[in-house]
Design a binder for this molecule. Sequence first.
Ligand SMILES: [Zn+2]
Length: 611
Amino acid sequence: MPGFFPQDFIEDLRNRVNVVDFIREYVVLKKQGQNYTGLCPFHAEKTPSFVVSPHKQIFHCFGCGKGGNVYSFLMEKEGLTFPEAVVELANRCGVPVPQDDLSPERVRQNSLRERFYHINELAADFFQRMLYEPKGKRVRQYLQNRGLADQTYKLFLLGFAPDSWDELSSFLLQNRVTEKEIITIGLAKKSQKDTLVDRFRNRLIFPISNVSGKIIGFGGRVLDDGQPKYLNSPDTPLFSKGKHLYGLNLAKGVIRSNEQAILMEGYMDVITAHQHGVKQAVGTLGTALTEEQGKLIMRYTYNVVTCFDADSAGQEATKRGLDILQQLGVKVAVMTVPEGKDPDDFLKKQGYEEFQKALSQAYPFFEYNLLKLMEKYNRDNISGKIQIIQELVPDLYKVQSPVKRQGYIQMLAERLSFSEQAIHAEIRKYQTGQSQSFKNRERPSEIVAEHKKDVFTAADKAQRVLIRLVLETPEIMPEVEKAGGKELFSGNLYQEIYQTNYLLSQAGHNIKVEDLVTHIENEDVRQALTEILLTDELLQDGKRIYQDCLTTLQIELINKKIEEKNFLMTQCEKNRDVTKSLKIMAEVQAFIKERQSLLSTLKKGGENLEG
Ligand SMILES: [Zn+2]
């Protein structure tokens, strides 16, 4: 992962930050023994399984498995790449980043992005200026009619694209923006006559910003009956559909402090909401919610209330979006505004108080689905009831808290006058089907974690302890190498941890555990490493445990070799190659003898690895 920056710089920078203080800005941490614990910021939980170690300067969540050092935390929490995380941390520490070490390609890309931001800013300024010119008068009128205050549309940088083929393009060309740049950024395209035609014409303009407030694209709404009603920027190097949330740059602070985001559909809904003091509102930019948008919200909160138009809240696409949020571990509730009104209308007519009231009455997602299904199917007959239950079972199955799940089952049983046992039976049936299909696809992390806990064999345990010892007492490494080195580790995860550490030390790095994390790119491996380091195994008699681990793994290795030899031997016997067969047999005998002597030292050592 490193590479853009000198290794020394990465390590020095990491050393400037205490991971506990750093994570404290995001998570409430409580001291417990040597470590600190808190509620994991990466998955929803009620009891803390997130551990931060001030000594090792790493974190690990025993619930979802996420772990790493301060860089990993920044990457995960702020959605950054490794080089971006380094730059971010350097900025927070006020340390200049060694620019010369950026690759030329990287420098080129960075400056290209900056250039595109600059062009978008020029365009946004142009649109805003147009709003205040005489031709923008009827747009201002329109905004006033929709109840927007001057300061609101200034806050959202609203503008006006005049009714002209190329007014914006000409303006940009005058400002030394090239034709190619204008086209790449999606502000115009080439006509058949080879002239530039502005993309947005005679439209109210909503600039779209990224989380840091830089303009990445635009949305435009017609002012008459033209089509399409809304037009967005195409996918460009800065903007891609389904990756951003409208207004998040303005809402993020409030979302974090209120621990809630309100998800809306339209630009106008979000803008009106902010004007009325509902400042945790963000917009999906007209698409059904994507996983990327869900993850973006999760950087700020795990609590989302949707507030969609009455007619779209029940639609399949909307439900899928909400399903995505739920699967990501976000708590979702659905707020409904009275018949036929969109949130924008509702806020204008009823105001903040009424909106808050409706917000507090938002239905948990499950209840909302139940209501919708009760409208859809006839619950007075048995087949209708079964339809409803079968459609809800997948949702019930996903509810993680047993208490909550039981509550829903009770509610369902009551509303449908159906027996709870029958509903439980449906869930079990569904569960059986699920666990079978799990074998063939990716498992959710909590199931993997559960699975990991169950299958620690003595050999697993020995590998984990040995890794920990090698990391904490590097002087034993030569001996471990002599005993088999990475061959001793059977799992890919353990093997990679051992080997990465070994290679770094071979290259002359006197690497600290917390920096090893930086060198491990694979997330699963990194998580295994932080887990091993933060699992509280008592290593009182370190020397003896070490010997036992090493011996256990050596025996495992010999078993593996014997198996291989036996296989070779059967091959030889098939081919009637007696000489070779005898030779192999002698080798197997030697292995067995070696195994016996190892076993006897293990017996003397006692049962340190049991339990
Ligand atoms: Zn977690």
